[in-house]
Design a protein around this ligand. Structure first.
Ligand code: AMP
Ligand code: GLY
Length: 423
């Protein structure tokens, strides 16, 4: 099979690694890919939003399967464009990717189908939102409706902060058009868990769970980021909780999308909060998580191409999805300053130690190859993942491996997986 991956971050590197292991693979392309993905794929300089170019390239190279990994092209309908040209694509069509693309849509869907989530109101008018916030219960959560790189969520402790938040989102348009509408949501407390799943329109199969660390600094301080590290599985997401969520959240979401005429095929990522009143949905994503994919996919036993094809063909019920009985931890190495300003272009050394290992992985997120060197080229630079027989061993190994890699201004959190010690 000829396969093309659309995207070029750590998540796409993890997908590329899985695809590279498939016995069915003939040739792998990545658009645009990155310096790490280039180890398994021919990277072509086409951006993820250049739909016609992606389509024409896939047709020319007789690509049998296009994997669309990032949220922006999914929400904008890349899968539809590829399918119209007769290509096979993994990922939801535009009418289903709205599950992530509009928080107002997803909240209304959950309300209509009784899927547990925080109480909320949607607003498309700043004045109405401000009136509502005068008598709201604090803290309150404000969310820009559209895609905002995981940053369009503001937790406001009091009325003054909420007023400033409405200004940022709806008036100053800090998140662009994502802020044309806004969700105001009840603040929930509890442990967070990321549950990724494969979906074929009707059947859903749950992958091993994970936990992200979204804040930039240790002890969950600092600004929200795309994710500073992950571990898998989450010891807090027990088999009983998974069974409960299958009945109250997972299958009902798939059925709700089908009932709405928005059949979902691809990956649904459930961001859950385990509250004292039971598990509730924080958010949906219509794709693999980043850096969740970096700890979940290396533990998957199945041939990923079989699973993805089953999602497209509607035969996922025939797949016995299996994960290794071990654990993985990923520590993100970032450029100091991320998620605000940071420097780029620093040489990275020590990457060769990971070559060929099936216990230690160094996923490239923001890197660039130049003059035979690998340079930093983004806020999140690398994701260092290690597998171990249990979470503690995986964490120890992952932190050891972070020392193998050097670059100027290297920054990481030192408490990824700290929650494991509470088990
Ligand atoms: P989201 O992008 O919707 O996952 O939100 C980003 C982060 O904000 C989540 O991972 C939570 O830590 C936090 N968050 C979002 N919604 C809520 C909520 N209703 N209550 C408490 N925290 C929330
Ligand atoms: N790590 C969170 C996300 O991918 O949205």
């Amino acid at each position: 099979m000829n396969v093309m991956i659309v995207g070029g971050g750590g998540r796409e590197h993890a997908i590329a690694l899985s695809v590279s292991k498939s016995s069915r693979l003939t040739k792998l392309y990545a658009a645009p890919g990155n310096a790490g993905i280039a180890e398994y794929a021919e990277c072509v300089p086409i951006g993820v939003m250049e739909f016609e170019k992606l389509r024409d390239f896939a047709l020319e190279k007789k690509v049998d399967l296009v994997i669309v990994a990032p949220d922006d092209p999914l929400a904008a309908g890349l899968v539809d464009v590829l399918e119209e040209a007769g290509l096979k694509a993994f990922g939801p069509r535009k009418n289903a990717a709205i599950l992530e693309g509009s928080k107002a849509f997803s909240k209304d869907l959950m309300k209509k189908y009784n899927i547990p989530t925080a109480a909320y109101e949607n607003f498309d008018d700043a004045d109405a939102a401000l009136r509502y916030l005068e008598s709201a219960k604090y803290p309150v959560v404000l969310k820009a409706d559209g895609l905002a790189l995981g940053k369009g969520v503001l937790i406001c402790m009091n009325h003054d902060e909420a007023v400033a938040g409405v200004r940022e989102i709806m008036q100053d348009k800090k998140f662009g058009n994502a802020g044309n509408r806004m969700v105001v949501e009840e603040f929930m407390t509890g442990r967070e868990v990321s549950v990724l799943s494969y979906v074929d329109g009707k059947t859903i199969k749950i992958m091993s769970s994970a936990q992200d660390h979204k804040r930039a600094k240790d002890n969950d301080q600092g600004l929200n980021t795309g994710g500073m590290g992950t571990f898998s599985p989450s010891p807090f997401f027990t088999k009983e909780l998974q069974e409960e969520c299958m009945k109250t959240i997972f299958q009902p979401t798939v059925d709700a999308m089908a009932a709405e005429g928005r059949e979902f095929k691809g990956v649904i990522f459930f961001g859950l909060m385990l509250t004292k009143d039971g598990p509730k949905v924080l958010e949906y994503n219509a794709r693999f998580g980043d850096p969740e994919a970096q700890v979940v996919l290396p533990r998957m036993k199945n041939d990923i191409l079989d699973v993805m094809e089953a999602c497209i063909d509607g035969t996922l019920d025939k797949i016995d999805l299996q994960f290794e009985d071990n654990a993985a931890v990923c520590v993100v190495l970032a450029s100091d300053g991320y998620p605000l300003a940071y420097e780029k272009g620093k040489e990275i050394t020590g990457l060769e130690k990971f070559k060929g290992s099936d216990e230690y992985f160094c996923f490239h997120a923001g890197t660039k190859a130049a003059d035979g060197k690998i340079l930093t080229n983004g806020g999140r630079v690398l994701g260092v993942t290690a597998k171990g027989s249990d979470l503690k061993e995986a964490r120890k190994k992952a932190y050891e491996a972070t020392e193998w890699v050097q670059f100027e201004n290297k920054y990481m959190r030192h408490d990824i997986g700290k929650a494991i010690d509470e088990v």
